[in-house]
Ligand binder design. Structure first.
Ligand code: PRP
Length: 228
C-alpha cells in the first residue's frame, strides 16, 4: 500500500504553538521532540501519524500555508486579517482571545465621531485601513509602527491607535482607553486551498477532533488517537 503523505503544520512561535500542541495532545496527536526547549531543530515529525510540524514567526504562517509549504497553519486572527492571504480559515481554536480596538485618550473620541482627518498609529495598517475606509468611510492617515503602539498618542505621533487589547492594563497604565471595537481576535486554524481538496478527509477528521476537545482539560495520552 502506498504510504500516506505527510501533513505539514506551521505554528506561530511562542504561546500560540504551546497552546496548539496542548490542544493537539488532547486528541492524541503528540510530538515529543518538540517539547525539548533546548532543541535547535526547525522541523519535527510524528512518523506514525505522518505529521510534520514547524515553528515560524506568526506573520509568516499564512504565507507558508498559501504557498503550500504547510498544509495547515495556526495563527492569530489579527495576523490572518493583516496578511490577507488566499487561505481557508477553518476553525476558531478558542484561545488567545483578545480584541482589535481603536484606542486613545478619552477626548480623541470626539474626533472619531466627527470623521476628522486624524492619524492612526498601528502594527496593522491593512486592518486599520479596512476599518476606517470601508466600514466607517473616514479618511485617516495611517502610520505603521512595529511595537509599543500605545506610545504614539502619548508623545503626539497620532491621535489614536489601532491595536490589540487583551487585559486592558497597558491602556490603563498609560491613560488611554478603548474608543471603538474593530473585531474579536483568537487563534485560528487555516488550510491551504489545494490541501483542503486533496486531503479533505484527514483535515475534516482533525477539525472534528479539535472541536470535540475544545475546552476539555489535558490528560495523559491513552495511545488512542482521533487522527490515526
Ligand atoms: C500587545 C498589544 C498591546 C498589549 C495589550 O503588545 O500591542 O500593547 O499587548 O495587552 P494588555 O491589554 O493585556 O495590556 P505586545 O506585548 O505584543 O508587544 P508590542 O507592544 O511590542 O506589540
Amino acid at each position: 500500500m502506498e504510504e500516506r503523505r505527510y501533513l505539514t503544520f506551521a505554528l506561530g512561535k511562542g504561546r500560540l504553538a504551546e497552546k496548539t500542541l496542548e490542544m493537539f495532545e488532547k486528541t492524541g496527536i503528540t510530538c515529543e521532540e518538540m517539547k525539548d526547549k533546548r532543541t535547535r531543530k526547525l522541523i519535527f515529525v510524528n512518523e506514525e501519524l505522518r505529521l510534520r510540524f514547524f515553528l515560524a514567526k506568526g506573520p509568516d504562517v499564512p504565507t507558508y500555508v498559501e504557498y503550500g509549504a504547510a498544509d495547515i497553519g495556526v495563527a492569530g486572527r489579527d495576523t490572518i486579517l493583516e496578511e490577507g492571504r488566499n487561505i481557508h480559515e477553518v476553525l476558531d481554536l478558542g484561545f488567545g482571545k483578545c480584541r482589535m480596538c481603536i484606542c486613545g485618550p478619552e477626548d480623541a473620541g470626539e474626533r472619531l465621531l466627527h470623521h476628522e482627518l486624524i492619524r492612526v498609529a498601528t502594527k496593522y495598517p491593512r486592518i486599520a485601513k479596512d476599518y476606517f475606509y470601508n466600514k466607517k468611510h473616514q479618511t485617516v492617515e495611517i502610520i505603521r509602527l512595529n511595537g509599543s503602539i500605545e506610545l504614539a498618542p502619548i508623545v503626539g505621533l497620532s491621535e489614536v491607535i489601532c491595536d490589540i487589547v487583551e487585559t486592558g492594563s497597558t491602556l490603563r497604565e498609560n491613560g488611554l482607553t478603548i474608543l471603538e471595537e474593530v473585531c474579536p481576535i483568537s487563534a485560528r486554524m487555516v488550510v491551504n486551498q489545494v490541501s483542503m481538496r486533496m486531503e479533505n478527509e484527514r483535515i475534516t477528521e482533525l477539525i472534528k477532533a479539535l472541536k470535540s476537545v475544545a475546552g476539555v482539560p489535558a490528560h495523559p495520552s491513552t495511545g488512542q488517537t482521533a487522527f490515526s
